[in-house]
Design a protein around this ligand. Structure first.
Ligand SMILES: Nc1nc2c(c(=O)[nH]1)N[C@H]1C(S)=C(S)[C@@H](COP(=O)(O)OP(=O)(O)OC[C@H]3O[C@@H](n4cnc5c(=O)[nH]c(N)nc54)[C@H](O)[C@@H]3O)O[C@H]1N2
Ligand SMILES: Nc1nc2c(c(=O)[nH]1)N[C@H]1C(S)=C(S)[C@@H](COP(=O)(O)OP(=O)(O)OC[C@H]3O[C@@H](n4cnc5c(=O)[nH]c(N)nc54)[C@H](O)[C@@H]3O)O[C@H]1N2
Ligand code: SF4
Ligand SMILES: [Mo]
Length: 743
């Protein structure tokens, strides 16, 4: 078995484990009918290039794809083992109908009958309760083609305003902050700028486990002499090799960003020319951070005053720098303010839009970037357009061949859709590529709401925990069973290539959606014969929007190893680095670098507010949640891949020895964490790498092991992201749960 927590070069894997290590399960010596397909990993937003090896209609292994420039053949443990999922016995091969009397609670049915049932249920609910009574929940692991189709399907076929997606739990604080400050929502640079930076600042990102290939870029920077600063309540693997670690108390990052800007101003570590020429509202922010003295910052954040001074000096005096952040600062009820605080520090330094000078939020899901640009969001149309703006509606309506007033208006966020179910306003639901029963906070509520629906249909390739509440489950496609584009962490649009056909009655997701449209008698606009036909329309729909893909073709992607958007025409080279003086910008039109009509970036005062639920005498410990390297999201896929389960078999409660001692707990003891919403009993993992006031639990498990029984459904008022990273709990030693409860 291959066990690695950091990127491992393929040569090294082969040297350590032998030439067949990667596909030991299926090595019979024959190479008949074997083929290698250049494609990408199906998991995180880095979208590493990989060559999948297939024999007949089965993926049996992989080879590195050394030429793909982002990862140059490197993969993390998930990428190495991903090929095992397709042959899992749980793979859905038929449509299913819920039937409590059948073993497993479901009975296989004919695909055609299932589609007919879905269409009649949608028709019935919409006729009785209005179009908005049927909602759609979609996902950012889908290709751009499918994400685009889902937005079109909801608005044009179902005519419902209620569509949202799982990026609501992921990228929306970053997106809102980036749009407010820069007018565009994308990593500002390709990763090739990271090794050129003098200082790399990483806030709330466990990059060694969650963006493993990015570690390689940070280490290259370090080898070039860069100083690395990490801000996290835990000493994560990347923090173990950094130059300065700031152990922030969860939920207090704005105070730190404000405190650093305070010292930058006091010491005149500013790029005044840049601020003057390219930004607005610096004075308001300067006034706001005046109160954030090092002492106040230290008291609020729990970080030593001398470390705050050191961080400000390193950041303030750098010639080049790169700031990265992820969900650690974004999964908060003030996630957008955190992002704005980080951006203020970047803008004040003037270090953006130049080689080695960059900023990026680390995209999470496989298509976390493209999935948030093309109309799956409740307020958005393709090309990053705004569904409330008449000119944006007119452009998209024209492409779709309808009148602009036929398009519904803005809908509500994914969590609010569940509240609408509670109020009886939403009666029916279609979900694809989303497992909210595991991934939403306070998930007992989610389960109750799923059972309250008149009708629920799920499209997936495994029967995930949410789909278990469905009346009909339709067998969708694995990533390797379809083709299409995704947009990875840097903003590079790449191509997923098909390796095998969907088995049994399973279908490509886009075919299933079109079959539903046809069964509803609303086929117009849903007769695409291939992903490339969808892509052709999608390019036109995105044209002229901020997220402009008009010049990107499948052929260019193949020849150029991906193309960076914005790319308005086929003779445009694409835009690896945003905000350069002469980069294409349809909003500023030559008046400046940023995506506002005056071309200037915006400073925003970022006021500090404590988390929605702070600790008190009854619930004195902070709970924060996140990930481990070998598991992915709600675990539907990775909990079915044996070697990944071996690597981290069950969720554990990370706690500091001082807290453990106070609670009378030793490593491995069963421990209950309990909040006002629910409790969860897991084994304790006593580690010195976490703040003593905080416990950490990964969220990839379901049922009694799901930490989202405990988390809080507080949301950011702007982005509506849930506060996964802070709530108040108590913890105590517990008896072992019964076998049944612990599963
Ligand atoms: N192995 C693996 N990789 C993944 C995923 C996965 O599930 N598994 N998921 C992908 C997806 S969708 C995403 S969104 C990304 C997420 O990638 P990350 O955001 O890097 O991962 P998380 O574990 O959610 O949180 C990151 C860090 O935030 C810290 N943290 C908690 N509270 C705070 C706080 O208040 N302030 C600060 N500064 N830090 C805090 C945690 O200790 C944790 O180390 O990973 C992607 N990659
Ligand atoms: N406590 C806590 N909760 C969290 C987080 C946290 O840090 N802490 N992080 C949040 C974040 S950042 C995220 S992104 C969410 C993710 O949460 P979810 O999006 O709910 O998690 P996934 O596991 O990606 O669920 C996707 C489902 O889609 C299916 N799927 C994948 N690809 C395809 C496809 O191509 N076609 C079809 N039809 N199905 C597909 C998978 O089998 C799976 O069942 O979780 C959030 N929840
Ligand atoms: S999970 Fe992410 S880092 Fe790991 S191989 Fe896949 S794309 Fe690369
Ligand atoms: Mo995410």
């Amino acid at each position: 078995m291959i066990v690695a927590t950091l990127p491992v070069a393929m040569e090294e894997i082969i040297e350590r484990f032998g030439p067949h290590c990667a596909y030991a399960i299926d090595t019979d010596g024959s190479t008949e009918n074997e083929r290698l397909v250049k494609t990408h990993c199906c998991f995180c937003g880095q979208q590493c290039g990989i060559q999948l090896k297939a024999r007949g209609n089965q993926v049996i292994g992989f080879e590195p794809w050394e030429e793909f420039p982002f990862n140059r053949g490197m993969l993390c443990p998930k990428g190495v083992k991903r090929y095992l999922q397709g042959s899992h016995p749980d793979r859905l091969l038929h449509a299913y109908r819920r039937d409590p009397s059948s073993p497993g609670g479901f009975r296989a049915m004919s695909y055609t009958e299932a589609i007919e049932r879905v269409a009649s249920a949608i028709g019935g609910i919409q006729a009785a309760h209005g179009n908005d009574a049927f909602a759609v929940l979609s996902g950012a692991s889908l290709t751009n083609e499918k994400a685009y189709l889902m937005g079109k399907f909801a608005r044009m076929c179902l005519k419902t305003s209620n569509i949202d997606y799982n990026g609501r739990l992921c990228m929306v604080s970053a997106a809102a902050g980036n749009k407010l400050a820069f007018g565009i929502d994308r990593a500002a640079n390709a990763w090739s700028d990271i090794p050129l930076a003098d200082v790399v600042w990483i806030s709330g990102a466990n990059i060694a486990e969650c963006a493993p290939i990015t570690t390689h870029y940070v280490w290259q920077a370090r080898e070039n002499g860069a100083k690395i600063i990490v801000v996290d309540p835990r000493i994560t693997p990347i923090a173990r090799t950094c130059d300065l670690f700031l152990p922030v108390k969860p939920g207090r990052d704005i105070a730190l960003f404000n405190g650093i800007l305070h010292l930058m101003i006091e010491n005149d570590w500013l790029d005044r020319d840049f601020i003057e020429q390219h930004t607005v509202d610096f004075d308001k922010v300067a006034e706001h951070v005046r109160a954030w003295t090092p002492r106040r910052t230290a008291e609020t954040t729990g970080i030593a005053e001398r470390s705050i001074h050191r961080a400000a000096e390193l950041w303030g005096t750098a010639r080049t720098s790169f700031l990265l952040h992820a969900r650690g600062i974004e999964h908060h009820s003030h996630g957008v303010q955190n992002v704005l605080g980080a951006i203020n520090m970047v803008l004040a330094s003037g270090r953006i839009g130049r080689p080695g000078c960059g900023y990026a939020t680390i995209t999470g899901q496989g298509n976390g970037q493209g999935g948030r640009e093309h109309g799956q969001k409740c307020d958005q149309l393709p090309g990053g357009r705004d569904i409330a703006k008449p000119e944006h509606r007119a452009h998209v309506a024209k492409i779709w061949g309808i009148e602009a007033d036929e398009l519904p208006g803005p809908g509500v966020d994914a969590y609010e859709i569940f509240r609408k179910i509670d109020r009886g306003e939403v009666r029916g639901l279609l979900s694809i590529c989303f497992n909210p029963k595991v991934s939403l906070p306070d998930n007992h509520f989610v389960g109750r709401m799923l059972d309250k629906l008149d009708f629920y249909v799920a499209i997936d390739f495994f029967l995930n925990e949410t789909a278990r509440h469905a009346e009909i489950v339709l067998p969708g496609s694995l990533q390797e069973e379809d083709e299409g584009t995704v947009t990875q962490i840097e903003g590079r649009v790449i191509k997923i290539n098909k390796c095998v056909d969907p088995p049994g009655d399973a279908r490509q997701d886009w075919r299933i959606v079109q079959d539903i449209a046809a069964a509803l008698g609303r086929k117009r606009g849903f007769t695409f014969e291939s992903p490339s036909a969808i892509f052709a329309e999608f390019r036109r729909a995105s044209s002229g929007g901020i997220a402009d893909y008009a010049g990107i073709t499948y052929e260019r992607i193949e020849h150029e190893y991906g193309v960076f958007w914005p790319c308005p025409s086929e003779d445009h080279p694409g835009t690896p680095r945003l905000f350069e003086p002469d980069s294409w910008n349809p909003i500023a039109k030559g008046r400046g670098r940023f995506y506002f009509s005056d071309g200037k970036a915006r400073f925003h005062a970022a006021p500090y507010t404590p988390p929605a639920e702070d600790v008190d005498d009854d619930y004195p410990i902070i709970l924060t949640t996140g990930r481990v390297v070998s598991q992915f999201l709600s675990g539907t896929q990775t909990r079915r891949i044996g070697p990944l389960v071996d690597q981290y078999a069950e969720p554990r409660i990370e706690m500091h020895p001082r807290l453990a001692e106070r609670l009378g707990i030793t490593d491995g003891d069963w421990t209950t964490v309990e909040s006002r919403r629910g409790s969860c009993t897991l084994r304790a993992q006593v580690v010195t790498t976490i703040r003593p006031d905080t416990v950490f639990v990964p969220y990839h498990w379901a049922g009694a092991r799901s930490i989202n029984q405990v988390t809080i459904a507080a949301q950011d008022p702007i982005s509506k992201i849930p506060e996964f990273k802070v709530c108040a709990v108590r913890a105590f030693k517990a008896a072992a749960p019964s076998q049944c409860e612990s599963l």
